[in-house]
Write a protein that binds this ligand. Sequence first.
Ligand code: PXL
Length: 291
Amino acid sequence: MYGTIKKVAAIHDLSGFGRSSLTAIIPTLSSMGIQVCPLPTAILSNHTGGFETYSYVDLTDTMDDFIDQWKQLDLHFEAIYSGFLGSTRQIDIVSRFIDHFGTEDNLVVVDPVMGDNGALYSSFTDAIIPEMRRLIQKADLITPNFTEAGYLLDESCACQQFDDSTAKDWLRRLSDFGPRIVVITSAPDMANPQNTNVVAYDKQDNTFWKVGCRYIPAAYPGTGDTFTSVLIGSLLQGDSLPVALDRATQFISQCIKASYGCNYPKRNGVLLEKELGILNMPVLISGYEMM
Ligand code: PXL
């Protein structure tokens, strides 16, 4: 009889240096007892955030063959998780992947990776935005950061105007694209500018959640990938949405604090390997709120 390890199909790039995408996702989910099956979208020497140059091998042409093999193997995944996509053609491939491997019971997660801190990543043009709007229709759960949420909704919002009612409006409108659960990360906290929030909406239960943490003035590439990995791992372990949000937020805060405290270079990503053990400790819920 087979073991009972759950599997996640992870459709992301592999960046050799910098702890983003697959090099963050594989260790994080593996530490949580979940098997990652990577479907690579591109191979880079290093990620694109904070390095002047990078080498890039696009894998679009290899993906269909790869997927055909998985179809022949009749694989089943408890979750499908897509992130950084190297070309708009890849969006169609992921969309068809979801049509084939998505079921009533598994969790389809799309992280609409496009940008951060108010701008698109250097490898994208505006053409990615309507394509990503199309892809999120197929997801059960999406995890845009504040910048990506703004692009998806065609909204530019000054941080001082992002109050709870605006957050709820954005979450609802994003769920109108299709996903049952919407999570926005790095949302500004109007009441406490020294904090940042993760806000979330579960359309089926009609519940809104907020988890706050202290803002640290440092952006490390790959933290979105690690956050979403912990969120998925926690949900697959059977946690509720607010507990999963709480665990993911606490873990990322811990990674950022450990890295910031020793002045670790931002572009190297967070000191993930030092912190992974935390994911196996008893869960202490620190403070999610209903919004
Ligand atoms: O973590 C997001 C990400 C994924 N993949 C590549 C990136 C980035 C962010 O910079 O450059 C290649």
